[in-house]
Design a protein around this ligand. Structure first.
Ligand code: DGY
Length: 418
């Protein structure tokens, strides 16, 4: 029987196209996704550093002039995915979507630089990437922090990467669906409908997309006009960590990004206000409709990844996290099974996702070594028993969504060799 490590490498190599890697080899996602690619690059760094750097370079080639890196790059004319390049109708150098995704790439770049002895040529390539990432993070603070509080908004659920998380339910309910909206979903041709977002979710996703397209994706305009605008805890935790990591890795290249330090101070000060003592939890904020969104979702715990200096709050979050899933099961579910919105097998409303576990693991390492080890071992055990799928049932590890899933394979390699 083949070692799981070898299978992981094969999954990545088989999903690789010219200079970038598909999230999976079936027809569900036939393009390059922003945060998938970052995780994938980390996986490659364990056996082919040039593939790792190339993956990042290809993603950055699609950066817009204003600094945004899109959530999808459509490298070929494949039309089996919806919404494809013909629907979005935008892009710079490479046809793309007109929204972004969590900038986990900065954290991944720091990890790759820290862990590998790069030669001069590779260092030079990394330096170019890092300078472009500075522009990317500046874009968030310039265009998405409209109140200048150091916290950024997402204006579409797809930007979160957690497409149909129940965190978006109440803000999405207020989106006025376009009249006579017409579109044809393709995801249901290759994935079971009981595991995928609902029609009402897609109606809102496409209504928002059409609104942004009408505004020609003007970043100042769409952030103000979007019917969906959420200050999300998970997303902002990733932005803060990305900002910290970019400053640090910049120093290795004598790049001075100290202007970002003020942003971090402000972000942390603002973020802490979203901690609610009664529930011992952080909650995302519906900026458009002025509501706190009280769903117990795993992305609220990404706050540990942000590395806030408040030990007391960190400890409370960790003790709550220990009760989130009982330890016999596979964890972490994307939503607490006791939350009324929990759905065992539906996409981001319940199943276990490997990247969520990885993010939480990174957040726990320097705060609770034993718990972080438990999480790592449980995640490795799941992957070794079931191999590399998109998401998993928390009760029995049953495989859900796509198979041969790239980031599950890539993050297996990182967890295994760390
Ligand atoms: C999808 O199509 O499900 C993607 O997650 C959107 O980015």
């Amino acid at each position: 029987m083949k070692e799981t490590v070898e299978i992981a490498k094969e999954v990545l190599k088989n999903n690789r196209r010219s200079g970038y890697t598909l999230p999976t080899n079936n027809k569900l996602y036939p393009a390059q996704w922003n945060w998938d690619s970052a995780f994938i690059a980390l996986g490659y760094s364990y056996f082919n550093i040039d593939y790792a750097i190339k993956e990042l370079e290809t993603l950055i080639t699609g950066q817009w002039d204003d600094g945004m890196i899109p959530h999808i790059l459509f490298h070929d004319n494949d039309e089996s995915y919806f919404p494809n390049h013909k629907t979005w109708e935008c892009g710079n150098k490479i046809p793309s979507s007109g929204i972004t995704q969590p900038p986990i790439i900065a954290t991944i770049v720091k990890k790759i630089v820290d862990k590998n002895k790069l030669n001069q040529g590779q260092m030079k390539r990394m330096e170019i990437i890092i300078k472009k990432l500075k522009k990317y993070l500046d874009w968030f603070f310039n265009y998405r922090d409209t109140n200048k509080i150091g916290l950024v908004s997402i204006i579409h659920p797809w930007e979160s990467g957690l497409d149909n998380s129940p965190i978006w339910d109440s803000p999405l309910d207020k989106v006025k669906i376009e009249e006579n909206l017409k579109y044809e979903r393709r995801d249901l041709n290759v994935s079971k409908s009981e595991n995928r977002p609902l029609k009402k979710d897609y109606d809102a996703y496409i209504t928002l997309l059409n609104q942004f397209k009408k505004d020609k994706y003007n970043p100042s305009k769409i952030v103000n006009e979007s019917m969906f605008n959420v200050i999300d805890i998970g997303f902002n935790s990733i932005v803060i960590r990305a900002t910290k990591d970019l400053i640090e890795v910049g120093k290795r290249f004598n790049l001075n990004f100290s202007d970002l330090e003020n942003k971090i101070a402000l972000s942390e000060e603002s973020l802490i206000k979203f901690y609610k003592e009664e529930e011992q939890s952080f909650f995302s904020y519906d900026f458009k409709n002025h509501n706190l969104i009280k769903v117990d979702a795993i992305s609220n715990y990404f706050i540990l990844f942000a590395d806030l200096g408040n030990k007391e709050i960190n400890n409370k979050i960790i003790s709550k996290l220990k009760k989130y899933n009982s330890q016999r099961e596979y964890f972490f579910t994307t939503v607490n099974p006791k939350d009324k919105t929990f759905e065992e097998t539906r996409y981001w409303r319940g199943p276990v996702w490997i990247n969520s576990n990885w993010i939480i693991y990174q957040g726990l390492i320097n705060k609770d070594k034993n718990f972080s080890e438990l999480l790592k071992n449980k995640t490795l055990e799941l992957l070794e028993n079931k191999n590399f799928h998109e998401y998993y049932n928390f009760k029995n590890g049953d495989c859900l969504g796509a198979n041969n899933f790239s980031w599950s394979a890539a993050l297996y390699l990182d967890l295994k060799f760390n």
